[in-house]
Design a protein around this ligand. Structure first.
Ligand code: FAD
Length: 290
């Protein structure tokens, strides 16, 4: 089912994100990922998205996961980045996805390489990729949104103008970066509305499963931590189980509030683990379809 159709329904759809495991030469981590997905898929997600390395760095691993999920009749949305990729590389991968009958795609610029070795080839920003995908394919397109502004944008207002370019180019939905204060999302949605942006906003929710992992992610994104969250993190950060359970409770509350506010979709960053996501959905009494 295409994004437009999924998110026109009058309910909060659930989706999950997974990534190809790193350093997995013997395939054990990928095998484990499929076990986790076999639990996640019981929750009947609207889709599962699979990340993609900037410049196509993990292209084959992403492709193999996508293919296997398609074979399991799961609605898969590949992420697709354009930084450091040529048109030819992009065309080849697009054809692979078309051959798998993929319907939806998350079009991204991708993170620039950290060694200052910026390599724009045929595309510089995600709006150019969206435009290209619209010309070349029939995919329904998602794009990334940043409730507190993208980390390299001068300010939120400018970032929203840049988001608008992706939507004008033909994107159907916006999936947000993680945020921990729902009011930030609602304020962002108000700003989008003022810009006459009508595409559904899908809330990206990260269940905190480890303090170290959260710290690392916060270096890559502009995200405010509410006082209640920082105080609890301080309290629980040295105990792995405590932090995981706190993360489940915190994300449950976030999701409950989003559902009450009729958000069209919640995209759970699973971090390739089913435990926290399942507990959150169980807390929400989300229907399990075994
Ligand atoms: P853009 O929309 O191109 O924006 C990048 C920056 O440039 C922003 O600061 C924006 O304000 C500015 N900008 C945009 N367009 C213009 C323009 N026309 N002129 C001037 N300035 C402009 N990364 C990966 O590598 N792989 C993934 O699988 C992946 N998945 C993600 C999934 C989600 C839901 C999200 C939110 C992010 C994901 N990312 C992923 C991270 C993303 O690639 C980075 O945040 C990247 O730095 C920006 O990508 P973008 O598509 O938002 O870029």
């Amino acid at each position: 089912m295409k994004l437009k159709e999924i998110y026109s329904q009058n309910k909060t759809n659930i989706s999950f994100e997974v990534f190809p495991p790193k350093d997995d030469d013997n395939g054990e981590k990928t095998k484990k990922l499929f076990e986790e997905i076999s639990v996640l898929k019981n929750y009947n997600p609207a889709l599962i998205s699979v990340t993609y390395g900037a410049g196509g760095s993990n292209k084959d691993k992403s492709y193999n996961i996508i293919k296997s999920l398609v074979e399991q009749n799961i609605n898969v949305m590949p992420h697709f980045t354009c930084v450091c990729s040529s048109k030819e590389q992009i065309d080849n991968y697009l054809q692979d996805l078309i051959d798998l009958n993929i319907e939806n795609i998350l079009a991204l610029r991708g993170d620039e390489p950290q060694n200052n070795d910026v390599c724009y080839l045929d595309f510089r920003y995600a709006n150019e990729l969206v435009e290209y995908l619209k010309q070349k394919t029939d995919f329904s397109i998602a794009v990334a949104g940043y409730p507190e502004g993208h980390i390299s944008a001068p300010d939120l207002k400018t970032d929203i103008q840049n988001l608008k370019k992706k939507l004008t180019a033909g994107a159907d939905i916006i999936i947000t970066q993680m945020f921990f204060d729902n009011d930030r999302l609602y304020q962002y949605m108000d700003l989008l509305e003022k810009e006459n942006i009508t595409q559904p906003v899908i809330a990206g929710i990260l269940p905190i499963i480890s303090y170290k992992q959260l710290e690392k992610m916060l270096t890559l994104a502009k995200v405010t931590l509410p006082k209640k969250l920082t105080e609890s993190l301080e309290k629980y950060k040295d105990n792995k189980d405590d932090i995981k359970h706190f993360g489940i409770d915190f994300a449950t509350e976030q999701c409950q509030n989003l559902i009450e506010n009729n958000i069209k979709g919640i995209h759970l960053y699973s971090l390739n683990k089913a435990y926290s996501v399942s507990k959150i959905l169980d807390n929400l009494n989300y229907k399990v379809c075994i």
